[in-house]
Ligand binder design. Structure first.
Ligand code: MLT
Length: 403
C-alpha cells in the first residue's frame, strides 16, 4: 500500500476560509431570506479595469491567429512583463532589482506556499502571530512544523512572533534559531504595516544569522504613509537575505485571473548555493508559465492608463476601509489597520471570543467577517473585516453594526 503524507493528518481542522464558507453556507441554508454581507475573505468586488480588459481582448485575438499564437510561456515569465515590473515596482523606487530576478507566477498564494521548497526539512520557520495561514500550513505539510497543540493553537517547531496591541502589531526579532522568517507588510490580517526601520532590523538580523526573509508585499498598493516601505529591497542589504512575493490580486483585482511574482535576487546564497538558480530550476521543473493573455493583462496594469485606473479602484477600497474605521470607532470599538491596508482589525466587544463574535455578527447582523483566532493564538479576541466589498455593502454593514 502506498504510504501517504501523514502530515496532512496533523493539520488542525480545515483551511480557515473554508471553515468560514461552510458556516455561512449552513446559515444561508437555514435562513434563505437573510441578506448576508460578506466582509470575510479578502476577495475583490470591482470589475477589471478597462485597460486590463482591452489587453485581454487583444491577447485573445492574437492567440486566435496562426502568426501570433503562443504556446507554452517562458517558465519565468515573458520579458515584457518582467521588465515592466522591474521598472515600475523597483527601479522607480530606487531598488536595484533586474527583470532577470523576477519569476512570474500564478499568484502570491501559491508562491507563498511553494517557496518553502527551497529549504531543508529541518529549517525552522518564524511567523508573526497572527499570520496568513498558508505560510504555516504549507510548512506543516512539508513536515517542518512538528506537532500541533490544539489547546495552545501552536506548532512546537515554529517560532511565533507575537503581534499585539502592546507592540503596535509589529513583530519583534525571532531570537535564536529562525531559518525562514515570514513577514507580510502591510499585514494580513492586522492591517498594520512595518516602518522602514522595523524592517531594516529584520534585514540586519537575517544577514547576521543567515536566515532568509520571505517578504509578502501583496498589499503594498494600499500604503499611504511615506515611512513605510513598499518593498523589502528599500532596506539596505536585503538582496543578500530576502525573497519578495508580489501579487496582482489586491492592486489590480486579479483574484480570478491569477498573476503574481517572486523576486529572488542573484546575490542570495545559502550554504554556497544560489537560491535564484534553485528557484529557476524549480520553476522549470514544476511550472509552464502564467498564461500569455494574463501576462498581457498584467502588463496593461503598468501602462499610464492602467495605473490611473488602479488608483481609482484602490481609492474605492480605501473609502470602504475609512467608513468601516469611522463607524466602528464612533460605535466604541477598538480598531486597528485600515489606513495602509484594506483590512480592519477590531477588538471583539465584551471579551467575546473571535468565533463567538463571528456567530453573533452572522446571526444578528448577517455580516460575515473572519475570526482573529483563525490566524493564530494572538488573534483571539480580534476580528478582521475586509474593505474589498462594494461601497454600498460596506456602508450597509456598518449601518447594521452601528444600530
Ligand atoms: C485573505 O482573505 O486573507 C486573502 O484573500 C487570502 C488570499 O489572498 O489568499
Amino acid at each position: 500500500m502506498a504510504p501517504i503524507n501523514e502530515n496532512f493528518g496533523k493539520l488542525p481542522g480545515s483551511y480557515l476560509f473554508s471553515t468560514v464558507a461552510q458556516k455561512v453556507a449552513a446559515y444561508r441554508a437555514a435562513h434563505p431570506e437573510a441578506k448576508i454581507i460578506r466582509l470575510g475573505i479578502g476577495d475583490v468586488t470591482q470589475p477589471l479595469a478597462p485597460a486590463v480588459i482591452r489587453a485581454l481582448h487583444g491577447a485573445v485575438d492574437e492567440m486566435g491567429r496562426a502568426e501570433s499564437f503562443r504556446g507554452y510561456a517562458p517558465d519565468k515569465g515573458y520579458d515584457f512583463l518582467r521588465e515592466a515590473i522591474a521598472k515600475a515596482d523597483y527601479a522607480a523606487r530606487g531598488c536595484d532589482i533586474s527583470a532577470d530576478e523576477i519569476f512570474v507566477s500564478d499568484g502570491a498564494k501559491s508562491d507563498s506556499a511553494d517557496i518553502q521548497e527551497l529549504f531543508g526539512p529541518d529549517a525552522v520557520i518564524a511567523v508573526s502571530d497572527p499570520v496568513y495561514p498558508v505560510y504555516v500550513d504549507s510548512n506543516a505539510l512539508a513536515g517542518r512544523c512538528g506537532t500541533y497543540d490544539p489547546a495552545a493553537g501552536k506548532w512546537d517547531r515554529v517560532i511565533y512572533m507575537p503581534c499585539t496591541a502592546e507592540n503596535g502589531f509589529a513583530p519583534d526579532l525571532p531570537g535564536d534559531g529562525a531559518d525562514m522568517i515570514y513577514l507580510c507588510s502591510p499585514n494580513n490580517p492586522t492591517g498594520m504595516a512595518m516602518t522602514k526601520d522595523q524592517l531594516q532590523r529584520f534585514v540586519d538580523y537575517a544577514n547576521r544569522t543567515g536566515a532568509v526573509i520571505l517578504f509578502d508585499a501583496a498589499y503594498e498598493a494600499y500604503i499611504q504613509d511615506e515611512n513605510i516601505p513598499h518593498s523589502i529591497y528599500e532596506c539596505e542589504g536585503a538582496k543578500t537575505c530576502a525573497i519578495e512575493l508580489r501579487s496582482f490580486s489586491k492592486n489590480a483585482g486579479f483574484t480570478g485571473l491569477r498573476l503574481g511574482c517572486a523576486v529572488v535576487p542573484k546575490d542570495l546564497f545559502r550554504g554556497g548555493a544560489s537560491l535564484h538558480a534553485m528557484w529557476a530550476r524549480r520553476h522549470g521543473t514544476k511550472f509552464n508559465g502564467a498564461p500569455y493573455i494574463v501576462q498581457r493583462a498584467g502588463e496593461a496594469v503598468y501602462s499610464a492608463e492602467g495605473q490611473a485606473q488602479m488608483k481609482e479602484q484602490i481609492g474605492v477600497y480605501r473609502r470602504n476601509a475609512k467608513v468601516i474605521l469611522d463607524v466602528l470607532t464612533a460605535a466604541g470599538y477598538t480598531v486597528y489597520g485600515g489606513v495602509n491596508s484594506p483590512y480592519v482589525w477590531l477588538r471583539t466587544p465584551e471579551n467575546m471570543t473571535s468565533w463567538a463574535f463571528f456567530d453573533w455578527l452572522l446571526e444578528e447582523k448577517n455580516i460575515v467577517g473572519t475570526p482573529g483566532s483563525g490566524f493564530g493564538p494572538c488573534g483571539e479576541g480580534y476580528f478582521r473585516l475586509t474593505a474589498f466589498g462594494t461601497y454600498e455593502d460596506s456602508a450597509e454593514a456598518m449601518a447594521r453594526l452601528a444600530q
